[in-house]
Design a protein. Sequence first.
Length: 123
Amino acid sequence: MNLIIKAYAIIATVPFLAFPVFYYSFIYYGKTKKSAFNFSVYFSSILLFSAVTAQLKILFNLKYSFSLNLLLVISIAFILAILQWKIRGYLNYKKILFSTLKLSFIFFGLAYLIFLLIRFIKI
């Protein structure tokens, strides 16, 4: 059990390590490269969400960093839903969910790197 906790602590602290680990493990278990890539992006975006939340708490002493990040993700989903409604005339919730996760991966990845640089500069 202690090994699982330590492995999660490492992956949650440096979420970019999780991406290649999950990608290559899914390819090893016989998944296609596209599905392995997609799953790695989805899982890494969740880890990046938690890492950016923790960095916001530590760097800027925000009490509501989780709520702020959650509001951002909901806003991304809402904007995608409006765009999809305007363009197609109907909503595909599955596409909205997966597109939100992919955009969150990009945004939180950049935020993680920026906050990491700020943290190194502060030290």
